[in-house]
Design a protein around this ligand. Structure first.
Ligand code: GDP
Ligand code: MG
Length: 372
């Protein structure tokens, strides 16, 4: 929160300093003219002196994501989009195996001649519906993205090995999903093993308040084997059911908003990033801002290595055309022109720097005048 000094406030509202100090005293606050006045007092005092005060963040106009959300509000999302799924769980419980097994279940895609490209996310189709999986298992990516303000996951899969039960990272993964408000499905894996004990997993989680549906609770548990493929269809169906309940929607007619999930610099191609489109349609030749960087979409490659002209909501793709490599968690927004893209990126950079600074310094008089 911004802070201003008592005398600065008096000057800004054009009242005698003594009156302001007196008003503060009446509020039980003994303040000197050089003391700082918190946001809460600014509001109270403004009421006291009957001056209209609007406290605003002078940096907010630089927030291109916020601006986008105002221009393309969720109320106008009218088209179903695929759910975006992240797999988390304890080490060795089978996250990578499960992702591989699901990826390899894409028979139709293989028939179409595609060759799997590891771009950091992939899409599968089940009963004519698409599901996007983020291909980096574990909660590091999940938390890093969240730290950068991007929430890309709609549904989490918590994998628990049926021969091992709930382990420390199982609890961690659940805590992360819960903190993010992301619903999750429990995949009880390694069900093929003779020592598998799925009921033990259920009772362990039930004890933590994660009550299975079969026991009258709200959590879906699915027994699977990444090794044999047992239960995978069931898992995909459960994801689709969950997604249906969530009514995940987007507006494909909007300009694109996407989240970077991976990025790297490739020889000959320059910066390459995998993005998942959250709203709108991302098209070739779109000018875009993406955190501190910007660019124009040159190539779009999907998870089967095919070139595409556009990416729809919920879909992942690898794109090139960045001025500099973005960071995972950066939000890409398509804008009208290269010039606007560049300017917006510069403003965003300034925004981040000023925000960083404002954590350590008090507001200046200039800020105050903007505030009042
Ligand atoms: P991660 O650390 O969670 O990514 O786990 P991995 O996918 O690397 O799997 C750890 C080990 O468990 C590997 O040796 C896998 O072959 C094995 N594994 C994974 N899923 C299954 C399963 O469903 N059944 C059996 N029997 N082994 C599995
Ligand atoms: Mg792994």
């Amino acid at each position: 929160p911004k802070e201003v000094r008592v005398y600065e406030f008096a000057e800004a509202i054009n009242k005698p300093l003594e009156d302001v100090i007196e008003a503060l005293r009446e509020l039980g606050e003994e303040r000197d003219k050089n003391d700082f006045l918190g946001e809460e007092y600014i509001e109270t005092l403004a009421e006291e002196f009957d001056v209209p005060v609007e406290i605003y963040d002078p940096l907010a106009e630089f927030d291109y994501v916020k601006k986008y959300d105002e221009q393309c509000p969720e109320e106008e999302f009218d088209t179903e989009r695929p759910p975006i799924v992240t797999i988390m769980g304890h080490v060795d419980h089978g996250k990578t195996s499960l992702l591989d097994r699901i990826r390899n279940s894409r028979i139709a895609a293989k028939e179409a001649g595609g060759i799997t490209q590891h771009i950091g996310a992939y899409m599968v189709e089940k009963d004519g519906k698409k599901i996007t999986f983020i291909d980096t298992p574990g909660h590091e990516a999940f938390t890093e993205m969240r730290a950068r303000g991007a929430q890309v996951t709609d549904i989490a899969i918590i994998v628990v090995a049926a021969n091992d039960g709930v382990m420390p990272q199982t609890r961690e993964a659940i805590a992360h999903a819960q903190a993010a408000g992301v619903p999750f499905i429990v995949a009880v894996n390694k069900i093929d093993l003779p020592e598998a004990n799925p009921d033990l997993v259920k009772s362990q989680l039930a004890e933590m308040g994660i009550m299975p549906v079969e026991w009258g609770g709200e959590y879906e548990f699915v027994n699977v084997s990444a090794k044999t493929g047992e239960g995978i269809d069931d898992l995909l169906e459960t994801i689709l059911l969950q997604a249906e309940m969530m009514e995940l929607k987007a507006n494909p007619k909007c300009p694109a908003k996407a989240v970077v999930i991976e990025s790297r610099v490739e020889k000959g191609k320059g910066p390459v990033a995998t993005v998942i489109v959250k709203n709108g349609t991302l098209k070739k030749q779109d000018s875009f801002v993406c955190g501190k960087t910007f660019g124009r979409v040159r190539l779009i490659i999907d998870d089967l290595g095919k070139q595409k002209k556009e990416v729809l909501p919920g879909e992942p793709a690898e794109i090139t055309g960045f001025d500099e490599a973005p960071f995972a968690g950066d939000t890409l927004v398509a804008v009208e022109s290269d010039r606007i893209a560049k300017e917006t990126a510069e403003k965003w950079k300034e925004y981040l720097e000023r925000r960083e600074k404002s954590k350590t310094t008090k507001a200046t008089l200039e800020d105050l005048q903007k505030m009042i």
